[in-house]
Design a protein around this ligand. Structure first.
Ligand code: MN
Length: 340
């Protein structure tokens, strides 16, 4: 059995955006999570961290060499967290466009090796929907990336739904990627250094996904596809309890915002959501996710350049699963979800 290894959550950042992050740090931007994340990367003299940054803005030989050494046939590129979601609406919209032009140019140079998702600025939902449309129709991008909260707001707010409407109409997924927890909940994470990829990312992004599900967004947009990394940010482990408690809360009728949905929460996770293995190169949870969500729902991702550990590809290569299921994990699920 032969397959191509397609990695579905691979980060890049144009140096223009890294420069703007530098300015936000210096100006004392108001989100403590941003300072924790980008203060760590931009102020860190450790050569390994400098390497991560060098890889981040390279969409040429450095990256392609790394892909060759790890047997990655293709990367699906997305603008790293927090994307353009920390700028004001006008600047975010402009930077999303230039970032999308930048990645589209790299894809034109290496069409066999790269595909990409469109950065959007949810701060202006109408412009974000338009940029998604331009990204897909004009630039050949395969969906949108949203780096979780925008100024502490989540996509379950109907003001953002023009973005869902566009994604559904274009038949492309929205990848909800982590960022640090929103300002309203980051305090206890920061105290113990747990705000980043160690756990805070998963809490923030799992919450975001669950908010979308219980909001009824998938009843309104039944063909909307959401992709989540890190094996679903914990949610697949919670399906039974989420269903049980959601139905109890609906019948108790105590919360104005908890409404009856057409289906159980777990059914949306199984039918509207896809998960990738980014940062989770560990056999037990990969097999678990496949067993509860189905082998058509789990896609491979590396999380380059943050978690560029070449040996981790071996974990996926050696999974005790049928060859055709391995091909789904590495290749065919990504081809079908992103329309490659
Ligand atoms: Mn990532």
């Amino acid at each position: 059995m032969t397959y191509q290894r397609i990695a579905a959550e691979e980060a890049f950042a144009p140096s223009e955006i890294l420069d703007r992050y530098r300015v936000l740090l210096d100006e004392g931007y108001r989100d403590p999570g941003f300072h924790s994340l980008w203060g760590f990367y931009l102020d860190n003299p450790d050569p390994r961290i400098r390497q991560v940054l060098a890889r981040m803005s390279d969409l040429g030989d450095l990256r392609l060499g790394d892909m060759d050494r790890t047997g990655i046939a293709k990367q699906i590129l997305s603008l790293t967290a927090p994307g353009v979601q920390v700028f004001d609406a006008a600047e975010g919209t402009v930077l999303a466009r230039s970032s999308n032009d930048f990645v589209a140019d790299a894809i034109r140079r290496h069409p066999d090796r790269f595909a990409g998702l469109a950065a959007i600025a949810p701060q202006d939902p109408i412009e974000a929907a338009k940029e998604l449309e331009r990204g897909v129709n004009k630039l050949g991008l395969k969906g949108a990336i949203v780096n979780s909260h925008t100024y502490g707001e989540y996509l379950d707010d109907p003001k953002f739904w023009p973005i869902f409407e566009a994604a559904e109409a274009l038949n492309v997924p929205i990848y909800i990627h982590p960022t640090t927890p929103s300002p309203a909940m980051i305090g206890p994470f920061l105290e113990r250094g747990l705000d980043g990829a160690i756990f805070g990312f998963a809490v923030e992004t799992g919450l975001h996904l669950l908010r979308i599900i219980v909001s009824g967004a998938f009843d309104r947009f039944p063909r909307l596809k959401i992709v989540a990394g890190h094996l679903g940010e914990g949610l697949p482990y919670w399906l039974f309890r989420i269903d049980f408690m959601h139905s109890r809360m609906v019948s108790a009728n105590r919360y104005a915002t908890v409404k009856k949905l057409r289906r159980k929460p777990s059914e949306y996770i199984k039918e509207n959501v896809y998960v990738t293995t980014s940062g989770m190169a560990w056999e037990p949870p990969i097999l678990y996710a496949q067993s509860v969500l189905g082998v058509d729902r789990v896609l491979y991702a590396m999380d380059y350049p943050y978690q560029f550990v070449p040996e981790e590809v071996g974990v996926t290569d050696n999974l005790p699963i049928a060859d055709e299921d391995k091909k789904k994990l590495y290749q065919s699920n990504a081809e079908s979800v992103f329309g490659l």
